[in-house]
Write a protein that binds this ligand. Structure first.
Ligand SMILES: Nc1ncnc2c1ncn2[C@@H]1O[C@H](COP(=O)(O)OP(=O)(O)O)[C@@H](O)[C@H]1O
Ligand SMILES: [Mg+2]
Length: 283
């Protein structure tokens, strides 16, 4: 770990992996790939404690130092969490010896002499003002960021052609993070379960699984989008309850409508589609 000398350490500017090493982190393979990536859309589905925030924080720091005039935005479910990632970016910047001098610094933003800025955003839509010229937009803990917030910030990339990094551990089959996952073919997608993280011991994982249950474990540590954890039935159980082996409860709607009243769209699936042999159904 040492201070960064801008004049002599040009190679560090060219290679964010070397930059990470100077900042004291030897990146895992996927972290190195991410740091060197130039993809405009990056999606991280990574275990709790896998190193998402650290890696993207390093990327943010590298971007503002080496791309003059870059605006990096950090968004999380709450201002407290945005600040936390911002503080880590700030800590890296300080630890490197402030290689580009700062011109303004507070709890939510850092401005550098080269015209670059990092800004931590609050987690409420009404309080986010528009930014333009965004070079990198980071959405941390994305599964818990509200959909309206996501819709509010995405247009900030429109004109600048900036990059978007969306990172999270899954939190059920809902919200934009799940939608992004479904659409992952259109992203540079990273999936890292805890079992692939060298810093998370197998014994710890076994204990977590025992203590917290299979669903929660699969979501927090295995990158799996399980049904909402607080729902009564599991997705697999509900889907398993549908079978074509069992005859529908009622006869075809058209043939019984007179007896049962209007067949609304809500009850329509309870009725058979075609007229079956008469003896199979009793009303
Ligand atoms: N490549 C690495 N080498 C050593 N420590 C790392 C590495 N990547 C992450 N860490 C450490 O692991 C912990 C979890 O990282 P963090 O980025 O907060 O994970 P996440 O955001 O995925 O929960 C932090 O203490 C971080 O410093
Ligand atoms: Mg994190």
């Amino acid at each position: 770990m040492s201070h960064l000398n801008f004049a002599s350490d040009l190679v560090v500017g060219l290679d964010p992996v070397r930059f990470a090493r100077v900042a004291g982190i030897e990146p895992d393979d996927w972290q190195a790939r991410l740091l060197r990536s130039t993809a405009p859309r990056i999606l991280l589905n990574v275990t709790r404690q896998g190193g998402k925030s650290s890696t993207v924080g390093l990327l943010a720091c590298h971007t503002v130092l080496y791309e003059p005039g870059a605006l990096v935005l950090v968004l999380s479910p709450s201002e407290r969490q945005s600040k936390e990632l911002f503080r880590r970016i700030l800590a890296t910047y300080r630890m490197l010896g402030r290689p580009v001098p700062g011109t303004a610094e507070n709890a939510l933003s850092l401005e550098l002499e080269n015209g670059s800025r990092v800004v931590a955003l609050p987690g409420k839509e009404g309080t986010i003002r528009g930014y333009s010229g965004v070079r990198l937009l980071i959405i941390d803990e994305a599964a818990k960021v509200a959909d309206d917030l996501y819709r509010a910030v995405r247009p900030m990339l429109a004109v600048s052609g900036g990059r978007l990094a969306v990172l999270s551990t899954p939190f059920g089959r809902r919200g934009f993070f799940y939608d992004c996952y479904q659409d992952r073919a259109n992203w540079e997608y990273y999936e890292v379960p805890a079992t692939a993280c060298p810093r998370i011991p197998a014994a710890f994982l076994a204990e977590e699984q025992r203590a917290m249950g299979a669903l929660w474990y699969a979501s927090e540590y295995l990158c799996e989008f399980v049904e909402n954890i607080n729902s009564v039935f599991t997705y697999a159980d509900v889907m398993g309850a549908f079978t074509s082996d069992v005859a529908p409860l009622f006869a075809p709607a058209e043939s019984v409508a007179a007896a049962v009243g209007p067949i609304t769209p809500a009850v329509r699936p309870l009725f058979a589609l075609e007229a079956p042999p008469a003896e199979e159904f009793r009303l």
